[in-house]
Ligand binder design. Structure first.
Ligand code: CMC
Length: 443
């Protein structure tokens, strides 16, 4: 990939319009020509920039990967400035309107929308794998009575690897496919078991007559009735939420899945890493934080004081801002509409008035406008989840169910990418050197 050119004064010889970058190292006066491909240079091309032959060579420093592409991917496209999100090229708005979560999962994993027979087979496969081994249930019952369901999901996802030891054979396409189906099928079951545990309620086994979202609602809410019948409007709203959360290119949890997966560990362990990343308040925990924030604000009268506090840097307006979107998050628009549909069934929530007013004020305020802070996917999702009767601890769990298909698609892409190796960033060492050990008595 590198041109290998390292000659003084090369810039003079490079034709204007060449797809290269000429770098002058002012320490030595040498110039280097580095290829530009896809608006990107390869960091490794900088390694030959040295003062002395035995130097390590130049590195790039990019904490939090603010400007570093870690992979090539054909799964999800985001244009953060224009508020565009596409899965495999299909706009999220069309998928949320016309598709189902399982169809979207198929699209993400296989790269194309399924034909009817392909979708039927896929749906059948996922449906017949919803049950978990009885020992998984017993393992989950061992958690403390008030265990956070996300912690339970994290542990039980990882534990699945011990039930399917063949999952370590990640290069075997058929075996790999079985684990993919299992992960998508069992995630709602683990999530629902975690919920019921936290509530002190008996676990409900999957009902394979129901849809993916309908079965999840049944495992969550079924009590003594012989058959739980989900409200189709709530079932659809949940399915749309799963679609909206299905993938979001190289976010924190997906990077975690790729990074851990790059060690060639089994997919259950890699996905468990994603669940762990999603547990954090700046990622999957944000919608929980939004709800707590709205509760704390209590009435619309308190909004101006709250906004002043945010502007003074005392706290953040949760559900606003995004590393990539510098415009309205397209998922937020769809979720806001879905929230209205849900409230038609469940009756409105006073927190919705606070959220709407808060959004209106923030969108006009110079602080948020100048920093391009707009509502993100989490601003309204918590309100829907609450309307569906979910406690806040379940919010990241619901996010994880939807995101599982994206994690898997990204993991698969990484496994088959010949350029990928075990993820191993460099560092700039800032500590002491060559210090002699000091005996305890002399410290
Ligand atoms: N409220 C107030 N100020 C904010 C906010 C916010 N929510 N987000 C960013 N800012 C300010 C920040 O203080 C900084 O201001 P200044 O330039 O004066 O220092 C500026 O905007 C840039 O912020 P940043 O922290 O450098 O941006 P980032 O890309 O590192 O952070 C973020 C992205 C999502 C972590 C952040 O916007 C945030 O903490 N938002 C609230 C939490 C949230 O809603 N997270 C969900 C993200 S979407 C779901 C997902 O992908 O997981």
């Amino acid at each position: 990939m590198s041109t290998g050119t390292t000659d003084q004064g090369v810039a003079g010889g490079v034709a204007q319009g060449s797809n290269t970058l000429t770098i002058t190292d002012n320490r030595t006066g040498r110039q280097y020509e580095v290829p530009i491909e896809d608006e990107t240079i390869r960091s490794i091309d900088l390694r030959r920039i040295k003062v002395n032959d035995d130097d390590f060579g130049l590195m790039t420093y990019d904490p939090a990967f603010m400007n570093t592409a870690s992979c090539r991917s054909s799964i999800t496209y985001i244009d953060g400035d224009r508020g565009i999100l596409e899965y495999r090229g299909y706009p999220i708005e069309q998928l949320a309107e016309r598709s189902s979560y399982l169809e979207v999962a198929y699209l993400l994993i296989h790269g194309e929308l399924p034909t009817q027979p392909q979708l039927d087979t896929w749906t059948h496969e996922v449906t017949i794998h919803t049950f978990v081994h009885e020992n998984v249930k017993e393992f989950m019952q061992g958690f403390r009575y008030d265990a956070h369901p996300m912690g339970m999901l994290l542990a039980s996802t990882g534990a699945l690897s011990t039930f399917y030891p063949e999952a370590t054979q990640i290069k075997d396409v058929d075996l790999r496919y079985q684990q993919i189906v299992r992960l998508i099928a069992k995630m709602p079951t683990l999530a629902a078991f975690a919920y019921r545990h936290n509530r002190g309620m008996p676990y409900v086994y999957p009902d394979n007559d129901l849809s993916y979202a309908g079965n999840f609602l049944s495992m969550i809410y079924k009590i003594a009735e012989l058959k739980y019948q989900p409200d189709p409007r709530l079932e659809r709203a949940l399915d749309v939420l799963f679609i909206l959360h299905a993938d979001h290119e190289q976010n924190c949890s997906t990077s975690a899945v790729r990074s851990v997966g790059s060690s060639q560990v089994d997919p259950y362990s890699a996905v468990a890493a994603g669940v762990g990343a999603l547990y954090g308040p700046l990622h999957g925990g944000a919608n929980e934080a939004v709800l707590r924030m709205l509760r704390r604000i209590r009435t619309t009268d308190n909004i101006p004081e709250f906004v002043e506090g945010v502007k003074k840097g005392e706290e953040r307006l949760m559900g606003f801002g995004h590393r990539v979107y510098k415009n309205y998050d397209p998922r937020a628009t769809i979720i806001k509409r879905a929230a209205m549909d849900v409230f038609e069934v469940t009756g409105t929530n006073p927190l919705l008035d606070i959220a709407t007013e808060l959004e209106k004020i923030a969108l006009e305020d110079e602080y948020f406008v100048s920093r391009k802070l707009y509502p993100n996917v989490d601003f309204y999702s918590g309100l829907i989840y609450e309307a569906l009767g979910m406690p806040v601890e379940m919010f990241p769990v619901l996010f994880a169910i939807g995101r599982t298909s994206g994690w898997i698609a990204q993991w698969l892409e990484m496994i088959d990418d010949k350029e990928q190796k075990i993820a191993r960033p460099r560092q700039i060492y800032t500590g002491g050197r060559e210090r002699d050990y000091v005996p305890m008595s002399q410290r």
